[in-house]
Ligand binder design. Structure first.
Ligand SMILES: [Zn+2]
Length: 494
């Protein structure tokens, strides 16, 4: 059976040009140039533990101490032109100006100096993504509901085979690291083995990652359906196996209310009540046809969000994908509940779903938590820089200009906050988990040329999110370990 569609649904302006601050290294501290040979591009085999000895990176750094949408960039954005991030046992031990941190480093600490054209930040966070859809990225010609039937369901059927799931999971996580993504909130397929495959790979890499088995008991091919009971039982077993194991978290994952019966939504709500520290993820108001279909399927509920709310699925730690077509009472309810929206602009443009109004969602009298999502495979890029560029365009279509500083918050600490993980990831500070991305601010000949004209830090950041992509990622650190190092900088002009 396939989906039955209703007939007529119709800053800191500080520049780091000029003189780079002089080196202030202690004689005992080892400086080491950055090369890909320092680490294989990807580690392939056994479990990888974070380094116990302190290591450090040095270069310009950007982080946030709070929410710039609420308190402004001046009060929340920290741009340090010459910083050191020191890491030990998977955590950040010290962060601050190099002159202040260097004396705190134990003798012999290895400091990797990325130079003044780098930018060190907390690793990027993707709050909404489907790893099984990696093989179908860039598929032509469908909008949401047809997309599911034509591409998604046939692709997801293959994940009954665990070897296939493992191969895709491995490629997916490597692609994340190539793009500086250190945490993501991931939809698997209906098959429990698709969840095992992803968590096994993520555990091996030491990633903080949330994921869950998709629940679907109607409106999809028979081989992709569970039942309210079997979906509940399988999720329960996966939670027992994976939730809280190392850095892994479980996300209870009804795909959306079109493919779950009221009985299954109620079962998901009961499961979440038993495991309220799990995340809950689903889709909400992505396209207008979908919203009309929900009205047909749930005639007694006041709104799309009310369908989830009615079944106990609207609360803190819920992440709703998209949320483009929500009315004001739904926004009010999201705010009051503490639930989050995952803003997935490349996907929304690709499927023709709409342009999410970020400024409306974060309205200061009832701000809704918003994170950023790639939504692979409807999303068109793993690059968070490219996704932020698309977020800028979505805001433009709604009459607002998203600043580069606010955008970088959205891709890091803002997304951590949407996942209720901002006490652990998403910013550079002592005690936070040591997940970092190191950007190359001159990663292509055009960006290199354009950066010569960018006077302020805000301009430089905006160039990155408008022109940058995976080539801008020099290195990605997971729990203090260089999990990805770009092989060359051949893309740079001489
Ligand atoms: Zn999605």
């Amino acid at each position: 059976m396939v989906l039955a569609l209703p007939a007529d649904c119709g800053v800191d302006p500080q520049s780091f040009h000029g003189t780079f601050p002089p080196a202030v290294f202690d004689a005992n501290v080892v400086r080491r140039p950055v090369t890909a040979s320092a680490a294989r591009e990807f580690e392939e085999s056994e479990m990888i533990a974070p380094p116990a000895r302190m290591t450090a990176v040095r270069g310009p750094a950007l982080t946030f101490t709070g929410d710039p949408f609420r308190d402004g960039l001046d009060a929340t954005m920290v741009h340090e032109p010459d910083a050191i991030v020191a890491m030990a046992d998977g955590k950040i031990a010290h962060f601050g100006p190099a002159g202040r941190i260097t004396p705190l480093l134990p003798a012999g600490t290895e400091v990797v100096d990325y130079g003044r054209d780098a930018l060190i930040s907390a690793g990027f966070i993707d709050t909404h993504v489907h790893y099984p859809q990696t093989p179908m990225i860039a598929s032509h010609g469908a909008q949401l509901l047809d997309w599911l039937n034509k591409y998604t369901f046939p692709t997801e059927l293959k994940f009954a085979d665990k070897a296939h799931a493992r191969a895709v999971a491995r490629l997916f996580l490597q692609e994340n690291l190539r793009n500086g993504i250190t945490t993501s909130c991931v939809y698997c397929t209906v098959h429990p083995q698709s969840v095992d495959a992803l968590f096994e790979e993520a555990e091996r890499l030491g990633l903080r990652l949330a994921a869950g088995k998709v629940l679907m008991d109607r409106n999809a091919p028979a081989a992709l359906l569970d039942t309210a009971q079997s979906g509940y039982d399988e999720s329960q077993a996966l939670i027992a196996k994976w939730h809280g194991r190392g850095r892994l978290l479980y996300a209870i994952t009804p795909r959306f209310a079109v493919t779950s019966t009221p009985a299954q939504l109620a079962a998901a709500g009961a499961l979440w009540q038993q495991h309220s520290d799990c995340l809950l993820q689903t889709h909400l108001a992505e396209s207008r046809r979908e919203v009309a279909l929900i009205k047909e399927l749930f005639p007694d509920q006041q709104s799309y969000l009310d369908v989830y709310d009615h079944h106990g699925l609207c609360d803190a730690r819920a992440i709703f994908g998209h949320g483009i077509w929500l009315d004001e009472p739904e926004m009010q309810r999201l705010h009051a509940s503490g639930a989050s929206i995952a803003h997935c602009p490349t996907s929304n443009f690709f499927l023709g779903s709409g342009a999410f109004d970020l400024a409306r969602a974060i309205r200061t009298d009832r701000p809704v938590r918003v994170g950023l999502g790639t939504d692979i495979g409807a999303g068109t890029s793993f690059s968070i820089l490219a996704t932020l560029g698309a977020a800028y365009k979505a805001s433009q279509l709604n009459g607002h200009s998203l600043s580069a500083g606010h955008a970088y918050y959205l891709g890091t600490r803002g997304s951590a906050r949407a996942m209720y993980l901002d006490d652990r990831i998403g910013s550079l500070a002592a005690g936070m988990e040591a997940d970092l991305v190191v950007l190359d601010m001159r990663s292509t000949p055009l960006i290199d040329f354009r950066m010569n004209e960018a006077g302020t830090f805000a301009e430089q950041l905006f160039v990155q999110m408008t022109l940058g992509d995976d080539r801008a990622v020099q290195a990605t650190y997971v729990a203090g370990r260089p999990a990805y190092v770009r092989k060359t900088d051949a893309n740079r002009s001489p």
